[in-house]
Ligand binder design. Structure first.
Ligand code: HEC
Ligand SMILES: [Cu+2]
Length: 356
């Protein structure tokens, strides 16, 4: 018997490579607090969907597994039976068995039955694809633009003028009055792929091409996602999370994100360091002169649980390590080490800490 929940959990985790990849990538050296943070999130099992279209995809997968499993049992069973029943025996006379050719009914049966089975699989698959891709967009739908960057995610809410990074917040959807989130996906550099196994299938983000998908979540919680298309050095550390929350909480999150950045006179020095360095060419902080678009929007940096696309938990120590040399956390990251003195870094961190 398995030794309780942990063993069962490990088994579940092993059973889903996606989840294993997301966690083990971090389990290597210093996990920057992410191991403990992610342990609070249930395993990323593709067999436990909590949203449409992940539900449709998993029903289809179970149907196909059922049919192919049955075929496997029948074929494997017949094979085993023949191997046992007609194996070589001591009293064999060393002659070939009688050679029999052709039986029209049998030939006919094993041609038409597989054709019918394949046809049933095609029909159900096409139907599911159609249901997912042609789903109409209801009035209450939320619009989000997902922009892939090497190696982080930008999430824009065009209806609210909000931009955030790596943590997508969407409202829980009531099946009687659905408020799904419709995503438009593009990339500013190479091909990426947006994948949250428990919420929906994968959708690629391709430069100069607009792709779309939607998520209609039926359970609140935090769900781990991962870039699923090799996109360069830090592809494995291009993670994100989707926070599904009640409508009220989501409304409050939206309202907070719409605010301009906090102005705190006591951290003026940090703000000066920020505004007098190249930070402003790559980052936006609404309410300051910083309007860069190359890196994540920092206006509400501290409202995020993680930094650097799920590489580290977001706290002052980790921000300090990041500012000194991003490569220490995320080798190859496209933010340069800014070579600032300790005092400047401390002032900067104190300033960033006010960006709630
Ligand atoms: C050349 C462009 C560039 C410059 C200059 C730059 N950054 Fe960045 N920064 C980035 C990129 C790109 C990322 C995302 C890296 C990743 O996750 O792979 C990032 C990430 C960050 C993050 C983590 C944000 C998050 O939500 O993950 C912080 C904080 C940050 N930068 C602060 C600064 C500060 C402060 C400065 C100035 C001292 C600065 N950056 C200068 C490009 C830049
Ligand atoms: Cu990617």
């Amino acid at each position: 018997m398995f030794a309780g929940r942990t063993a069962f959990r490990r088994l579940l985790i092993l059973a889903t490579l996606a989840d294993w990849g997301m966690r083990s990538g971090l389990a290597l050296a210093n996990d920057w607090g992410m191991g403990a943070a992610n342990d609070k999130i249930p395993p990323n099992n593709i067999f436990t969907p909590v949203a449409d279209p992940a539900n449709q995809i998993s029903s289809l997968a179970f149907f196909v597994l059922g049919v192919t499993g049955a075929i496997f049992l029948v074929v494997g069973g017949l094979l085993l039976y023949s191997i046992m029943r007609f194996r070589a025996r001591a009293d064999d006379q060393g002659r070939e068995p009688a050679q029999i050719y052709g039986s029209t009914p049998i030939e006919f049966a094993w041609t038409t039955v597989p054709i019918l089975i394949v046809f049933a699989l095609i029909l159900t698959t096409v139907r599911t694809i159609y249901d997912v891709q042609a789903a109409p967009k209801p009035d209450g739908a939320i619009n989000v633009r997902v922009i892939g960057h090497q190696w982080w995610w930008e999430f824009q809410y065009p209806d609210f003028n909000i931009t955030t990074a790596n943590e997508l917040h969407i409202p829980l959807s009531d099946p009687r009055n659905p408020t799904p989130t419709f995503l438009q996906l593009v990339s500013v550099d190479v091909a990426h792929s947006f994948w949250v196994p428990r919420l929906a299938g994968k959708t690629d983000l391709i430069p100069n091409k607009l792709n779309t998908m939607w998520i209609d979540p039926h359970q609140s919680g935090t769900f781990l996602g991962q870039c699923a298309e090799f996109c360069g050095t830090e592809h494995a550390l291009m993670m994100f999370r989707v926070v599904v929350e009640s409508r009220e909480r989501w409304n409050r999150w939206i309202a907070a994100q719409r605010e301009a950045a906090t102005q705190d006179p006591s951290t003026m020095r940090g703000r000066q360091v920020f505004e007098s360095n190249a930070c402003i060419n790559c980052h936006t902080i609404r309410g300051t002169i910083a309007r860069g678009k190359f890196g994540p929007d920092l206006t509400h940096l501290m409202s995020r649980e993680t930094i650097a696309a799920g590489v580290a938990t977001n706290n002052l120590q980790h921000l300090k390590v990041w500012l000194k040399d991003p490569d220490d956390m995320k080798p190859g990251a496209l933010m340069p080490a800014m070579n600032l003195g300790d005092q400047d870094v401390d002032a900067l961190v104190a300033y960033l800490a006010t960006l709630r």
